[in-house]
Ligand binder design. Sequence first.
Ligand code: NAI
Length: 248
Amino acid sequence: MNLLSGKVAVITGSGRGIGRAIALKYAQEGADVVITDLKIDESVESFVKELQALGVRAKAYSSNAADFEAAHQLVDQVVSDFGRIDVLVNNAGITRDGLMMRMTEDQWDLVINVNLKSAFNLIHAVTPVMLKQRSGSIINMASVVGVSGNAGQTNYSASKAGMIGLAKSIAKELGSRGVRANAIAPGFIITDMTHALSEEVRKQWEAQIPLRRGGTPEDVANVATFLASDLSSYVTGQTIHVCGGMNM
Ligand code: NAI
């Protein structure tokens, strides 16, 4: 299939995990792919080669999505290198969990900056590009806890709820100009982020999921492909849960 041929996609935090799976799927569907991450190491460089071998253009940029100036420089550089930006996936994210009683101001600020302000930075930078093209698809990586809340994750849940509000507002603001914005709310997805949890906690999570398994990065990448493609051309302002039925 070539659902994304002719499109240029920027995926933040795509050196590993869900972002990397999205980059691979996009390239398999014919998109030119821009990888961004804090550090571009050998593993990322060899991943870029793997993508290029699929016959698409691919390049990795070291860029801190939480830095406003860096996000603007990145977008300028991508437009100069690739000519356009059709898809932006705001995927970069971190956790710094802790109960409110013990949460430090730094823990709060870091999570809000990396998870939410980063999306503002990138959307702010791509908006003129997408308006000029009169098309574009923006995908914000939220989380089920952005909808349901989670004890011990006030900072993370607030940042992810913000990602949903941001996508909805952009959908309203830019819809008339052909730009769509949606959010994905993954549930329990098996990546480095969730590997930090103990085997026992992971089993407890899985027992509560109607489909009885944790999700894979590919499960999320499939939905991200739908939202990036023209198959979703009448879908905007929505949050799609990819959680095996954990949240309904
Ligand atoms: P991960 O920790 O495996 O990968 C995140 C990537 O983002 C890393 O490569 C990291 O270096 C990069 N990154 C971190 N800060 C950055 C910054 N300031 N600028 C650029 N890149 C940065 O995480 P995972 O599991 O792949 O998560 C991806 C997204 O999906 C995150 O937004 C996360 O909150 C969200 N998510 C993950 C779930 C899960 O169960 N794994 C569930 C729900 C949402």
